[in-house]
Design a protein around this ligand. Structure first.
Ligand SMILES: [Zn+2]
Ligand SMILES: [Zn+2]
Length: 913
């Protein structure tokens, strides 16, 4: 049974699936659309469903109330509160609690958690309403154009568990929504149409009623009551009401503005009109967008000039020229797009996402580049900062948290804008090459250009390389990026069924190093005990090692509830015996310190650099630790020092590390989604590691009791490992002390060699540097003075190898360097144009090859580059150059004699070729 079959099944029994008490009470009648055969319910007789209706509320709203965006929310909030609903604060737009999504795409996602590949619902209260900002990037090219598409919008999520206290089902849900439309928005009942539909998603499905007013869908009440797929399903124990309505539309239906953007973005449209100096022709735009609403969905056209065709036909119907229409409409499309994109950037960056080329971050970079391109194309004088400021000023009435991160958002957007400007020259060069070639670019070409060079189609449109952006560009691009890859290390050991879960001593008492346990099962090289203190590999933490009896533990993994110990030698072990177990104490201590240090460094980095810092991944081993953080640029020395300083201050404060288990929902509400630094926790109990409120994370690893136990944290290195991610490598505890001891030893060695004390090391080092610089200068002068004499003796000592008089001089020099041979070689061939000068010089682990060929010798086809190549190849490397000068090298020092013996032959070989 597919979607159509489910739909047919539900519609064949409307009394069971769709008839709600409101319909009977008020006399709603069920009709079938003559055009698309959908069923719908209305008070007035109609033969087509609202899908075929134009938006004739534009310029003529069906209510006397006028609610702007925030106003519409305030009224909705008040209404649902009075009807016994809790109002839940919005969740972040960056979906930290689901591995399969980057961004929150619907209000119901807030309450979905995935456990054992199954979606479960967790509601913080029942019933509730949440104003959830959702991000969707699959309609980017329609934003600003259609009058109703957004990259971010507010979904009012009316949600309840029908079978839990406070819950309700279809009748009450539709009563409430009908009350909202009529009492709150002031819409007459006969204006409202309910359309029968179904919803299938994430392992569950059910019927739904969409409600429309004058062709505009205002909300969709989904009744999720079956779990499984369409072929094999059962009724859920906890049925879910999931009504989602776009706040942007609530406002629009009451205001009747030309587009929904006009009543959604507060004063920003006015602000943009003023800075650009244009004035809205309200009636023209109303008329135009009414046409758009009727035609936008009907055109089944994927060609890139779809929008142009649409506009031409509307211009025709409106009795104006296409040029005239475009002159009025296109600046507004640009304004709307800028308003939408900057608002999305505001929410996303505020919630911790960074523009980049990887993961979900690519969407943000492309939005910002679109905005910058548009501003450039129209040559408008608009500052992004002012736009963000205006958005925040309006939205803070609903989302006060946006104000907190304002400065950090400016930082990120300015940095990204600068990056864009600095790559424009290169982008221009590439664009002019494309224009010269005259090649028609298809979608794949455009995607390649974006992926490899960051060139957006908007830019290409701006510089007239393409006329239109293909409508499927953004869809294709987001498909490429939407797969959230997280490789998991999960070897599966079969045959563990029936074993009871391993008792985890490392959680009960992390200080246990020796314990007795019973061997429950031996599977290959893996031992399963009834209880264990061996910490298994997980969350970037390396496993414990030690002994089970006499058997050395090499690896520990966890599979489901069972801990498996891989050992070297099983001979002393058998099933059912009791056995003594002992952990490698120093190893556990060191790993634990490195682990706790990652928590401290992560928060230190956030406090030092900015709120966008999240843990990207981490690795904790016995000798060192590694923390990858999300950051827009590489770190300079001062930043690294500041992070290290903050971290060591926390160590020295000796703060308590408290570990406590919470219900998942409770921990999320209490500590926010910041707890998910190490990724999603796949259980309904969450272990919260709280370093005295300095750092709070959900974490299953091993930690010290107090930060002072770590002793010391030393950052060894920072490196930008990919766009948007910086790696910190560090040592902590004994490993940090060892590191410093080593450095001290090196310093002692150097100071002794310089004949100085450690205290005066820098002074005497500087003195030595000066002296050696003087010596180098002297040597250069000496070389210049003696090189003519050397050259003469080289010419004299060379061997004639051709009848024409070409001579060869080969030397292996253990004493003087490359620089010397370059000077002398060049001098020699100037003095003797028949000379070939070849020197082999040891350098590091290998050998360098330097070749010069004099002018006369070159005339006989002798090529220095070819000679360098053949010598280098025979030394196990590579080389090349031109006729006069060649260089290269190899790594086989033991081949030097052989190469020297055959040098004449090698040279002659190059002449033959
Ligand atoms: Zn229809
Ligand atoms: Zn931890």
């Amino acid at each position: 049974m597919g979607k159509n079959e489910v739909s047919t099944l539900f519609s064949s029994d409307p009394d069971k699936y769709y008839r709600v008490s409101l319909f009977d009470r008020l006399g709603f009648k069920r009709n079938k659309c003559i055009s698309c055969r959908k069923f719908f319910w209305s008070l007035v007789d109609k033969n087509t469903c609202p899908d075929h209706e134009a938006y004739n509320f534009i310029g003529n709203p069906p209510t006397n109330k006028r609610l702007d965006y925030i106003g519409a929310w305030k009224e909705t909030e008040k209404y649902f509160q009075s009807q016994g609903h809790s109002i839940t604060r919005r969740y972040p737009v960056v979906c930290r609690w689901r591995d399969d999504l980057y961004y929150t795409i619907a209000s119901i996602v807030d309450f979905q958690r995935i456990m054992n590949n199954k979606v479960i619902f967790e509601l913080p209260s029942n019933p509730l309403v949440v104003p959830q900002i959702c991000l969707r990037f699959n309609d980017v090219e329609n934003v600003g154009v259609s009058g109703r598409h957004y990259t971010s919008f507010c979904m009012i999520g009316q949600t309840c568990n029908a079978d839990a206290p406070g819950g309700y089902w279809k009748d009450k849900c539709i009563d409430l929504d009908f009350g909202l439309l009529t009492n709150v928005l002031g819409i007459k009942p006969e204006e409202i149409t309910f359309v029968e539909d179904i919803w299938i998603g994430a392992g569950a499905f059910g019927s739904s009623l969409e409600y429309f007013v004058r062709g505009l869908e205002l909300g969709n009440a989904v009744f999720t009551e079956f779990e499984g797929d369409e072929n094999n399903y059962r009724i859920m124990k906890n049925k879910i009401i999931d009504m989602g309505a776009g706040l942007e539309r609530f406002s629009w239906i009451t205001m009747g503005t030309p587009t929904s953007y006009d009543c959604t973005f507060g004063s920003i449209i006015k602000y943009l009109e003023n800075s650009i100096g244009i004035q809205k022709d309200e009636s023209f735009l109303s008329n135009y967008f009414k046409f758009v609403s009727r035609k936008f969905n009907i055109i089944e056209d994927d060609s890139s000039d779809k929008i142009i065709k649409l506009k031409k036909s509307i211009a025709h119907e409106m009795g104006v020229t296409f040029e005239h229409l475009e002159k009025i409409v296109s600046p507004y499309e640009a304004i709307y797009t800028i308003a939408d994109h900057t608002r999305t950037l505001l929410f996303a960056i505020s919630d911790g996402s960074l523009p980049s080329n990887v993961g979900g971050g690519y969407n943000l970079r492309i939005l910002l580049r679109r905005v910058l391109s548009i501003i450039e194309r129209f040559k408008w004088n608009i500052k992004i900062e002012d736009l963000i400021d205006t958005h925040v000023g309006y939205l803070k009435n609903m989302f006060p948290e946006l104000e907190e991160n304002k400065n950090e958002i400016y930082t990120i957007l300015n940095l990204e804008s600068e990056r864009y400007v600095s790559t424009r020259q290169r982008m221009n060069d590439i664009a002019s090459t494309i224009r010269k070639n005259g090649k028609q670019l298809n979608v794949d070409d455009l995607i390649r250009l974006y992926e490899s060079d960051g060139i957006t189609p908007d830019f290409l449109k701006e510089v007239n390389v393409i006329t239109e952006i293909p409508s499927n560009f953004y869809v294709k691009l987001s498909e490429l990026h939407n797969i959230n890859q997280k490789p998991l290390y999960t070897p599966t050991i079969e045959g563990l069924e029936g074993l009871s879960p391993t008792r985890l001593l490392y959680y009960e008492d992390p200080s246990i190093r020796e314990f007795d346990a019973q061997v429950l099962k031996i599977k290959g090289n893996y031992i399963i005990l009834d209880q264990t203190s061996f910490y298994p590999r997980g969350g970037g933490q390396e496993p414990d090692k030690g002994l089970i009896g006499d058997a050395r533990v090499q690896e520990v993994i966890k599979q489901g509830d069972i801990v498996l110990h891989k050992v070297e030698n099983l001979s002393s072990l058998s099933e059912r015996i009791m056995i003594k177990c002992k952990l490698d104490d120093a190893r556990r201590e060191s790993i634990t310190k490195h682990h706790t240090a990652t928590h401290i460094l992560n928060s230190s980095a956030r406090n030092t650099l900015g709120s966008w810092i999240w843990q990207n991944s981490a690795f904790k081993d016995v000798n060192y630790g590694r923390l990858d953080i999300t950051h827009h640029s590489g770190l300079n020395k001062e930043e690294v020092e500041r992070i290290e300083k903050t971290a060591n201050e926390i160590v020295m404060k000796n703060l308590g590390v408290n570990i406590k288990e919470y219900e998942r929902g409770e921990s999320e509400q209490k500590f926010s989604f910041r707890i998910y630094q190490g990724g999603v926790v796949p259980s309904n109990k969450v272990r919260i590691v709280n370093i005295s409120n300095f750092d709070i994370e959900a974490c299953g690893g091993t930690h010290v009791n107090r930060t002072g136990d770590i002793g010391l944290i030393k950052i060894l290195k920072s490196e930008r490992i990919q766009d948007g991610v910086v790696r910190l490598e560090f040592v902590a505890g004994q490993a940090a002390i060892n590191h410093i001891k080593n450095q001290d030893r090196n310093v002692s060695f150097i100071s002794q060699s310089l004949g100085s004390s450690k205290e005066k090391l820098t002074d005497s080092f500087k003195k030595h540097l000066d002296e050696s610089e003087k010596l180098r200068t002297k040597i250069k002068i000496l070389l210049r003075k003696t090189s003519p004499i050397l050259a003469k003796s080289i010419s004299h000592n060379s061997t004639q190898i051709t009848p024409e008089g070409v001579k060869l001089y080969t030397i292996f020099d253990n004493e003087l360097d490359e620089e010397f041979h370059i000077v002398v070689g060049e001098k020699s061939i100037t003095l003797d144009p028949f000379l070939i000068y070849i020197s082999l010089i040891p350098k590091g682990e290998g050998i360098r090859v330097i070749v010069f060929v004099g002018e006369a010798a070159r005339k006989y086809g002798i090529n220095a580059g070819k000679i360098a190549k053949i010598f280098s190849v025979n030394l196990g490397g590579a080389g090349g150059g031109d006729f006069k000068f060649g260089q290269g090298g190899g790594k086989f020092k033991n081949k030097i004699d052989e190469v020297l013996n055959y040098s004449e032959m090698y040279v002659k070989d190059t002449i033959k070729r």
